[in-house]
Design a protein around this ligand. Structure first.
Ligand SMILES: Cc1cc2nc3c(=O)[nH]c(=O)nc-3n(C[C@H](O)[C@H](O)[C@H](O)COP(=O)(O)O)c2cc1C
Length: 277
């Protein structure tokens, strides 16, 4: 593939940073001008580090104009504020009916595309239920299927703990799987990729922290994931998640109907290695 590696020789100062930062040392300096041979181009993973590291914006790859990137000067995000966001993020289990706007969802999904992936494979698929009516249909379908499985006593071994949730949902209307949220995000990636599990988790983590910074609530839902993947795969397929994909996890999200007034207080478990045993 032609990665369109281009250097503006009027801007290039020959510092060689692009060559030094290339993860596979594919860029060569030719009389102080970086070049990428056709042979090396075949091994380029398109990480764009060469474009990102160039101090003068002389380098373009994949047809990207460096002027369209967001400039970085260091210290963009106040560290204490970020730490407080991370400590103050909560699993939200109470949501307003009001949907999150298309603009906000697009902003979130666009940013998730910047999450790292193994060998920069960038194959993570973000399946999103945007329309709260579709979410209602999904909820109804899933609970109908679960109710049937429950009545027929067809829970696979080790999954009959779901029975209690279904019975409670039938009795009280409580939605344990989706927590009444107006939206769902399913993150998946091709099973044959280099690191589908990690890629999906990182993407979800990007999403939840950015969502928290926007005042939105999220919840990782294992109950939804196990139900959709193990018990109702036909519903999952109906959402357009390819069978060839590893389903990383699912998050419900929306506007929280709860406000947390302080962070929780937790400890990290640290194994500080001071010498090798
Ligand atoms: C992988 C994963 C799966 C989870 N599944 C569920 C779930 O099915 N239902 C639920 O209510 N909470 C679920 N949670 C939320 C956890 O219970 C929650 O993160 C934990 O209690 C700590 O609370 P916090 O997220 O507010 O810090 C899940 C969290 C993770 C990370």
């Amino acid at each position: 593939m032609d990665v369109q590696f281009q250097v503006d020789e009027n801007l290039c100062i020959g510092c060689g940073e692009c060559a030094k930062d290339c993860p596979f040392q594919l860029i060569e300096m030719n009389e102080d001008i970086p070049m990428l041979t056709k042979e090396n181009e075949a091994n380029c993973v398109q990480c764009q580090h060469c474009l990102a590291v160039c101090s003068t914006g002389a380098l373009s790859i994949l047809g990207k104009n460096p002027a369209d990137s967001i400039p970085l000067t260091g210290g963009e995000v106040p560290v204490q504020q970020l730490a407080t966001l991370m400590k103050g993020r909560r699993s939200v289990r109470r949501y307003k009916k009001e949907p999150v706007s298309r603009e906000e969802i697009d902003f979130l999904l666009d940013t998730v595309g910047y999450a790292p992936t193994g060998v920069n494979n960038r194959q993570v698929l973000l399946t999103v239920v945007e329309d709260p009516e579709v979410m209602e249909d999904l909820r109804a379908k899933v609970y109908a299927a679960l109710t049937k499985i429950c009545r027929d006593n067809r829970f696979p071994d080790g999954m009959d703990y779901l029975k209690g949730y279904v019975l409670d949902a039938l009795e009280t209307g409580r939605d344990h799987l989706f927590r009444g949220a107006p939206h769902l995000l399913i993150v998946s990636s091709p099973k044959i990729g280099p690191s589908p599990e990690a890629d999906c988790f990182i993407a979800l983590n990007y999403f939840e922290l950015l969502a928290a910074s926007m005042g939105l609530g999220t919840l990782w839902s294992g109950l939804a994931k196990w139900t959709l993947t193990a018990l109702t795969p036909e519903i999952l397929a109906g959402l357009g998640v390819p069978d060839s994909h590893h389903v990383g996890y699912m998050l419900v999200f929306g506007r929280p109907d709860v406000a947390y007034r302080r962070t929780v207080q937790r400890d990290s478990h640290i194994n500080r290695v001071e010498r090798l045993a």
